[in-house]
Each structure stands twice: as C-alpha cells, then as structure tokens.
Design a protein around this ligand. Sequence first.
Ligand code: AMP
Length: 563
Amino acid sequence: MSFQSPLITAIVFGISLAFILGTIAHRLKVPPLVGYLLAGVIVGPFTPGLVVDQRLTLQLAEIGVILLMFGVGLHFSLKELISVRRIVVPGTILQVLVSSLLGTGAAWFFGWPLFGCIIFGLCLSVASTVVVLRTLQDHRALDTEYGRLAVGWLVVQDLLTVIALVLLPALSGIFGSGAPQSLNFGVYGSALALTLGKLVLFVAVMLLIGRRVIPAILHYIAHTGSRELFRLAVLSVALGVALAAAELFGVSIALGAFFAGMILSESPLSQRAAEETLPLRDAFAVLFFVSVGMLFNPNVLLDEPWRLVLTFLLVLAGNGALTILICRRFGGSLANAVFVGVVLAQIGEFSFILVDLGVGLKALPPDARDLILGASLLSIMINPAIFYAARSWRRRSEPASKPVSAVLEPEAIEPTHLTDHAVLVGYGRVGRLVATGLQSAEIPFLVLEEAGDARENLRSTGVELIVGNAAQDAILDAANLAAARMIFVAIPEAFEAGQIVQGARKRNPQLRIVARAHFDAEVEHLLQLGADIVIMGEREIAQAMLAEARSFQDSTLETQSGV
Ligand code: AMP
C-alpha cells in the first residue's frame, strides 16, 4: 500500500502504531520501546502490507535526536562535563579501540576484506545516543554520577565517530578495497586537519559568540511575554545550531544540539526551554525507534542466525562488559562502572551511518547492514532487561557493601517512617509556600518532588524529601500514604495530578486530599478521582484582587466620610 503524502503518512502511521503497540507492551509489562520497534517492523519494507517512507522517518527521527541532545545539554554545564574527563576521555578511546578490534576479528571469520572488517568493528563499538538518553531519563539518572559518566562517554564516542567518518573514505584508498584511490597522505592529512579545525572552530564560536548571543535572544523574547514566540525561539536555537554544526562545521547534528543546550544551561531560562521542547522531543524520539524497526530485515534471522548472534554478543561484550572493565580501571566505582556499561550495551544510529559508509565504499557486503541492524534491534530490546538485572544486583549487594550515595542510585527510594503526617507533592512556587505554612504550624510532613535541585533547597530546612515523579507507584508507596492524614497535590499539570489523587485515594480512603487546578474542567476531573477539595489558582487570584478592590473602596469611603 502506498499513500499520496508520504510525509504525513510517515508521521501518522509512525506515531499511531507506536502508540498502539507501546500501549500493548505497557499492558504486558514490557518496556513500551519494544512496542515502538515492532511498530517499525510492521510499517517497514520487509514485512507485507503497509509501507511507510523509510528515509523520511529517519529524518524525522533525527529531529528527535536533536531535541533529546539539546535537552541533555540543558541539564549539563561545561563544568560537569569537564569533571568526568579523567575517566571518560581515556576510557572511551580505549573502549572504542578494543571493541573495534574484537569486531574486526570476528568479521575476519566472516571472510570479508580487512578494511570492511575494521569498519564493522567500529560499528560495534559506538552506542546509540537516543537509547542511552532515554534510559537515563526514564530512570531519572541524568543527574547521577553514572549518568554524567555515560553522557560524557557518548560525547567522546560521538567525536570519534565524526573523525572516523572523515578518515574512512581516505583509508579505503590505502587498503585498496573496492574503491581504489591513489594513496596521498598529504591530501588525507589535510582532510583530517580540516575536520579537527572545523570542530575546534565550532566549539570556539559557540563558547565565544553563542554563549552570549543565544541566552540574550531568549531573554529578549521571554520579555515579550509571548509563549509562542519563546517556544519558537527555543526550537530555532536547538534545530538551527544542530543544522549549522552539521552543514557548516562538519560536526554531528547530535553534538551540535548538545552544545546549543549546554550553552543555555547556565541561563535561568534553561528550565523553561526544556519544558517547551518536551512534547515534541518525546514524539520524535519515538519515531527514532520506529525507524530502527523499519530498517530491520527479519530474513536475517533465518539466513544468518549464527552471525547475528555473534554480532549481538559482541555488542554486549564490547560496549557493555568492556566499558565496565575500563570504567573501573580508570577510577569509576564498581556500581558506576556497571551502570555505565549497561546503558551503553547497545548500538544504534552511529553504527547505521558507519555501516552504510562501508557498504557504499564496497568494503562491506550488504549483509553486514542487516547484521548491524539486527544486532541493534536485539540489543535495544534487551537493554531494559539488563538494566533491571543490574538494578536488582545493586539492591541485593547494597546491604553488604558500603552505603551507596543517594545520587548514584536514585531508584533506591527510602520509604518514610513518618505517620500521621502530611505529604506535599511539588516544591515549586505553590509547594514552597505550603511548606513554610506547614512548618510554622509544626505539622510533620514530607515532600515529593521530581526536580533533583529541591534537595539543595530543602537541605537547610531538615524537611524529608523523596525525589521522583509522584505519579509513580513506587514514590507514592514510599510516602506511607496509608498512615498519612493529608496530601497536598501542588503541581500544575492536571493529568499527573489526577493520577496522584487516584493513587492516594486508593491507598487511604480517609486521607484528606487537597489538589491544585487551573481550569474548571480540571476541578471536576480531580474531584471525580477522589480529591476532597480542589483549589483553582485563577479563582483565588481573582478573589484576592476583588478583596483588594473592596478594601481600597472601603478605605476611600472612610477617608471621604472622615473629611
Ligand atoms: P510550580 O508550578 O512553580 O508550583 O512548580 C511545580 C513543581 O512541581 C515543580 O517544582 C515540579 O518539578 C514539581 N512537579 C511537577 N510534576 C510533578 C510530579 N508528577 N511529581 C513530583 N513533582 C512534580
């Protein structure tokens, strides 16, 4: 089946099938990501029926990569990135080198030419940015030590890939594979120097000019008061810098977006910028998984099962196990090393680009592409399971080992011992005021807040905090709602607030539930789900304004009658 408007078809089918299969996966308690990948296989060219334009889906997925990297950049300051350099720089270089060698060795047995083997090896040594970032985000681990290490690792892998992409066509001449070129070190040396030069120039331009200009533009736009313009400004910065990085400076799109985000991370507007890109980012990141599924040719499972299994195992060994060993060797703690290795134990977009190049240079047979795609699909699918295994290992080994810092393993949620207490969800503009009031009334309470920086704000107050999304069962369980007296749901988003209210009511029918809303429909919704009282911000503001008007009028009347 084919359609008249391929772009719309790609978006509609990509997103809706991902939604349907993601929901089914969720119901079956499998990560939704598996559903997204299968959605891709269904709309891909290798399965009968519906076929969606692959190249378009890939390009749409790139937008997801840009927004993901931009979001991660917003979280990161240059200082944090530099703080992990001692482990990350030598570690990643060694890991890429050794796992490339392992892959090269295996490919040698497949009977391919040496140059092709090297490219194949490289494909197995670089992890997928999207998968790493999604895993870290899903587990709220971006701010943890291993999260920083993993992102640093990705950045170095990304840089190495950029260099490899320049060098490979040049080296194909030296190795004399399919595409013979004359051996001219001068030309290749200058090509490499040019690439590195452009890379340095890009970083310099971003640090010297971008660092001043980009926040200034956003501040200016923020003062216009138009949310729409602000959203457009953020998107223009993220997409524009990424494209410029790729087209003008030869840097990868992902790295460009990361830099754009990092430059904004010091600005007070970074939080808002991140929020504005969230919905788009999530939708397009899903398309990334759909596009991986689309590229997968299921025949490879029948034609070359053993080669596929070997390639897949090499990914686990080279990107996973080896990273653990190396990260440990360069000074990472065992737990950090294990988690960095686990999130990196897969391959994705960079490997596709590299293998395409290899096939294009005729150094690799087209089968190699199927193997890489197959191994990528398998390794991405299995990744959540490995992550959970690592986490339960961590939990089991925890009592025996030294106490783990809370930053390292955010999943280890410490349940509260409070009883007869109040629970405050959200520590923002509203939550903070509620907290001050509860403190002065000496009501024992704890805070559930998803932003990690609440930890610093609450430290001096001695108030108990559980970091995490209160809509998750584990977080609500840790708040001991069954023994609590009341809960204040002080977050602005009614959908999540509804989930929290419902979860709270389920745990304690007697609990006094006070929620926050901004629209009449939200008030209804929250009351229906079990809230006792819903305070609508806007109504309270109007009443406070009217009260002001009344008291002003009274005071003028008083002065008039006084005269
Ligand atoms: P504000 O609108 O300024 O009162 O801020 C709302 C606060 O609630 C922010 O600090 C958010 O990080 C926090 N928040 C929003 N949703 C959740 C959630 N589902 N769980 C925990 N905290 C949340």
